[in-house]
Ligand binder design. Structure first.
Ligand SMILES: [Zn+2]
Ligand SMILES: [Zn+2]
Length: 319
């Protein structure tokens, strides 16, 4: 089968072996894949990755209980036997593989294999182009599953990229009054009702805030210089959620965390069912976020396009 392969800083489309699903796995024929910031980092050599990337997919299950259905799949494949897996949550299984990221070939391919328990059927009224947003939206919805959100309380999201916009929706769904600090005023149209977009707030020349307004702040820029500028906006007792890794280490004076009892909280993958339900509601403007689409044979161009400044979502159509 054909697949995008990353190796030694190069991206090529090649013929590779079709995955053979294990007993507890199902083969999925891929239909559409979203390019994610993680894919761009892997292409640059993050985690020493070599192989087939891609984890934001929709496809058709071949075999198993969902045979013939359109499916999305949670990307962490657990061992199935440890305490975490037996409790139904493989996201922190010590022996996990991660689709297209860690020791499991990914979705920029004609087919992939995932544990059958990871797959969810996509409702008929959710098109493929929306379903590929399930994984990043689930990651955004992980925030309200970790932090109690007070309805009407102000929350600040740093970053008006793909993930920041989805985080704004996740927080607004939970009742927060969302401010998104970004660089693109026109993206205000992508925000949930009642949310606002401000520019300049977290740039290097921004003055320190006169008042600490936010009980909750989310770092979704992936830039190492943002967290130190976010901290002075957070009220004592508040929480900062880190939604992205950064390419270089963050330098931060931790004293304010102690003095003001601020919680710094890491946040990674979320569950898919709430994300699918929110996509089916029609409240997330996924179609306005799709900037470009490429066939699988042009997947390296899709990566280049997604890396261009100002581009939101780029999709790869496999079939
Ligand atoms: Zn992703
Ligand atoms: Zn496990």
């Amino acid at each position: 089968m054909r697949a995008l392969v990353l190796r030694d800083g190069r991206a090529t489309v090649e013929s590779v072996a079709r995955p053979v699903p294990a007993d507890d796995e199902t083969l999925v024929e891929v239909r559409c894949v979203g390019v994610c910031a993680t894919d761009l980092a892997l292409a640059k050599g993050y985690m020493g990755f070599a192989g087939v990337p891609g984890h934001e997919f929709v496809g058709v299950a071949r075999g198993g209980p969902l045979d013939g259905r359109r499916v999305v799949g949670e990307i962490n494949a657990g061992c199935g036997t440890c305490a975490r897996c037996r409790a139904g949550d493989p996201r922190h299984c010590e022996a996990r593989t991660v689709l297209g990221i860690f020791r499991r070939p990914g979705a920029f391919a004609e087919a992939l294999a995932l544990p059958t328990r990871n797959l969810l059927a996509v409702p008929d009224d959710v098109p493929d182009e929306a379903a590929v947003f399930t994984e990043p939206l689930a990651a955004a919805l992980q925030i309200p599953s970790q932090v109690a959100i007070v309805p009407g309380a102000p929350a600040l999201v740093a970053g008006d990229g793909r993930l920041g916009i989805l985080c704004a929706h996740a927080l607004a769904e939970a009742g927060a009054e969302v401010t998104l600090a970004g660089r693109h005023p026109e993206r205000a149209s992508l925000l949930p009702a009642g949310a606002r977009l401000v520019t300049g707030l977290l740039e290097s020349d921004a003055p320190p805030p006169a008042e600490r307004v936010y009980g909750l702040a989310v770092e979704a820029t992936g830039r190492a210089d943002v967290l130190p500028r976010l901290l002075p906006h957070v009220r004592p007792g508040g929480t900062i959620v880190l939604k992205t890794t950064t390419e270089r280490p963050v330098t931060l004076d931790l004293a304010p965390l102690v003095v003001d009892e601020i919680t710094l909280l890491g946040s990674r993958c979320g569950r898919f069912a709430p994300a699918l339900a929110l996509l089916a509601s029609g409240r997330v403007p996924w179609s306005a976020m799709v900037a470009d689409r490429f066939p699988l044979e042009q997947a390296p161009r899709a990566l280049q396009r997604a890396a261009e400044p100002g581009v939101l979502k780029v999709l790869v159509d496999v079939r």
